[in-house]
Design a protein around this ligand. Structure first.
Ligand code: CP
Length: 306
């Protein structure tokens, strides 16, 4: 695998994470001064970044595009299946190989469960950036989440991060376990029993499990809500009486907002199901940093691309 690929967060080091954060801060300053991530005296050689998103996306896809444009690069994006040869039966792997045959400088890719792509991507010479793969990894989301926490508190170390909801099917949670533990955070989880991480993961990352969400809410400095990944559940395994009941038991509602520390922050990778994982009131809560996450996503993705 080329050193420049970012397929997951397993091998990324503390120092690499901090140097990406430093770069993100530099880009924010350049943006303020010059309206782009390159100063007028810098001559950036324009590159072509290919984007293949085989699953829907708003934030990841557009923030990679925005980051590329702000760096002075070009984007070659394929729209979803209907307008591509995927609709004629072409496989994901063949699509990737054909796009790479056009020699882009890097490829950003999102895909669902695919053993074939999981095995092939690490073998490719072109730098590959994972924009979310199945239930396994979403490295840039975890990096932007940790960056948002660091910006809010000055450091991630010893911050108590509670991840709530469908953790078992969440690539965001998996990558966050890796990045947050490398930065010294304490991790807690809460959710329906079938949504919680397995024993091995709980032990590996020293995760605290809160069966009573209220206890977790009082404990945490960072509340991270997750969407129920309906597309990754077999209908039969989703034993929720109703989304209303889910909201009562595992949603961030008004009584829980009162339990949450005054200086805590509220995160969500999006898209949010209002009235399910978050009450409508959360949007107006001053602790809400969801749009800050999105803004930071452009900076972090620019840092990764650069
Ligand atoms: N957080 C996230 O991955 O959002 P999108 O699916 O909109 O990219």
């Amino acid at each position: 695998m080329p050193r420049a690929s970012l397929l997951d967060t397993r091998r990324i080091t503390f120092n690499e994470i901090q140097s990406l954060f430093k770069k993100a801060i530099e880009f924010r300053e350049l943006q303020k001064q010059f309206g782009s991530f390159v100063s007028p005296d810098q001559k950036n050689q324009s590159k072509v970044i290919a984007c293949l998103f085989f699953e829907p996306s708003t934030r990841t896809r557009m923030s990679f595009q925005m980051a590329a444009y702000r760096l002075g690069h070009q984007v070659l994006a394929m729209e979803l299946a209907a307008s591509s040869s995927l609709s004629k039966g072409e496989t994901y792997l063949d699509t990737v190989l054909n796009v790479l045959a056009m020699r882009p400088d890097a490829l950003v890719i999102r895909y669902g469960e695919s053993k074939e792509l999981d095995e092939a991507l690490p073998q490719l010479e072109t730098p590959i950036i994972n924009g979310g793969s199945g239930t396994t990894a979403h490295p840039t989301q975890a990096l932007l989440d940790a960056f948002t926490i660091q910006e809010a508190f000055g450091s991630v170390k010893d911050k108590k991060v509670l991840i709530v909801g469908d953790i078992q099917h969440s690539r965001v949670a998996r990558s966050n376990f890796d990045v947050l533990s490398k930065l010294g955070a304490k991790i807690g989880v809460s959710g329906p029993s079938g949504f919680l991480p397995n024993e091995q993961t709980i032990t590996q990352y020293g995760i605290s499990v809160f069966n009573d969400l209220n206890e977790g809410v009082s404990w945490c400095d960072v509340y991270m809500g997750l969407r129920i990944q309906l597309e990754r559940h077999a209908a039969s395994e989703l034993k929720l009486a109703s989304l209303d009941e889910y909201h009562q038991r595992f949603g961030l509602n008004q009584p829980r907002l009162k339990l949450l520390k005054e200086n805590a922050i509220i995160l969500h990778p999006g898209p949010i199901n209002h009235g399910v994982e978050f009450a409508h009131e959360v949007a107006q809560d001053p602790r809400n940093r969801v749009l800050t996450q999105v803004a930071n996503g452009v900076l972090i993705r620019a840092a990764v691309l650069s």
